[in-house]
Design a protein. Structure first.
Length: 387
């Protein structure tokens, strides 16, 4: 694996820490800025909106920029908005910084995906993608719990300062090591690539990715509140719970990188069918600490493993859209990251029971399983009739 792929993964680690750390900072932000828990949790959705908007726009704008300028520019902007977020006393300003941070994060990730696959042989594309996404899962294992600990010890603002500082070595390495050439896809227009993304296999993969990630974030956005209000754990236990989720996620992504090849194989189907059952178990047992921790590890592994395989699937079926395929995979994942917490917020505000966030996850994952099984059944029926 080229060394620069690991440099990109370091930057993704910093950005992933920012994206996910809100799960451990929601109570502190709500108290400090005098907003409801639901409003503070909506910062996760704000980030998702920025990623949804930013991914295709930034990918199209930067498609022919020199890779070093694009990567360094996006990462530098990411640092600046985190400094603003760390000093503001206004919730609307903080909300806005999350959207801007997400837009530049989306731009960075879209370029990083294209660079990672361009630097590796086709047979190693899945592993390159998994290495990149490993930065996200490692942020769950180390960065997010560390952010929660900082938030618990010295306030949520310190976590924003830490993310800004964490980006600086990645930024220096990007300046030093990034390819200087522009993107190599001059012979393929953005309009032609967009047409490729409307094919049925691509649309199916994108829908599945959105549903699975929606299920993941419906519960993840409320995991800290479930731990304190349902399981009645002390605030100091939240970093450990987030680390448990991240550990499972890292195992899932690593495994997916070794066994995934972009195909919708039986193992993926069976794993996806198990996902809603896991969320239902979490909802039913979350009042007890040991089951909460155990199921959190399992669901982190299943969710991120399936998500990684679906990203590989998008890249595989949209191979003739090299500039935009990664960005549309990002859009799908973050559409889910927006939809999941939104539905969970509506549900929990109505029922006043944070366990129902996990039931929302179960419903979204079950929908994904039904869509995949129905699609495979339809494809098999069509093949039988044509054969």
């Amino acid at each position: 694996m080229p060394l620069f792929v690991y440099v990109l993964s370091l930057a993704v680690f910093a950005q992933g820490t920012s994206e996910f750390m809100l799960a451990g900072l929601v109570p502190g932000i709500a108290h400090d800025l005098s907003v409801s828990v639901g409003a503070a949790a909506s910062l996760t959705s704000a980030y998702a909106v920025g990623m949804i908007v930013g991914a295709p726009v930034m990918a199209a704008m930067s498609a022919r920029w020199p890779r070093r300028r694009a990567l360094a520019g996006f990462l530098a902007a990411f640092v600046v908005v985190h400094v603003i977020g760390a000093v503001t006393a206004s919730f609307p300003v903080l909300f806005g910084t999350r959207i801007v941070a997400a837009i530049v994060n989306a731009g960075f990730l879209a370029v990083a995906m294209s660079v990672a696959t361009a630097l590796t042989a086709p047979a190693k594309h899945a592993r390159a993608t998994a290495t990149l996404l490993a930065g996200v899962t490692l942020s769950c294992v180390a960065g997010v719990p560390a952010g929660a600990m900082l938030g618990d010890w010295s306030g949520w603002r310190s976590a924003f300062w830490a993310v800004a500082a964490l980006c600086l070595p990645a930024l220096a390495l990007v300046f030093r090591s990034a390819p200087t050439a522009a993107a190599r896809h001059h012979d393929v227009s953005i309009r032609q690539e967009a047409r490729e993304l409307r094919s049925r296999p691509v649309r199916l993969a994108l829908i599945l990715a959105a549903l699975v990630n929606g299920a993941t974030f419906a519960t993840f956005a409320y995991l800290a509140v479930i731990a304190t209000d349902v399981t009645h754990l002390p605030g100091g236990a939240i970093p450990g719970l987030l680390a448990a989720f991240g550990t499972g996620a890292f195992i899932g992504v690593t495994t997916a990188g070794r066994v995934g090849d972009g195909q919708l194989r039986r193992g993926l189907v069976l794993t996806l069918c198990a996902l809603p059952a896991g969320w239902a178990v979490l909802a039913a047992t979350s009042a007890h600490p040991v089951p909460l921790f155990v199921v959190t590890v399992i669901q982190g592994g299943l969710s991120f493993g399936i998500g990684s395989m679906l990203v590989n699937r998008v890249m595989f079926v949209a191979s003739r859209a090299p500039s935009l395929s990664g960005s549309f995979a990002t859009v799908a994942l973050n559409a889910g990251a927006f939809l999941g917490p939104l539905l969970a917020g509506i549900t929990t505000e109505t029922t006043h029971d944070y366990r129902h966030a996990a039931w929302v996850s179960a419903a979204l994952a079950a929908t994904a399983a039904v869509v995949l099984v129905a699609s495979r059944t339809r494809a098999a029926h069509t093949e039988a009739n044509t054969g």
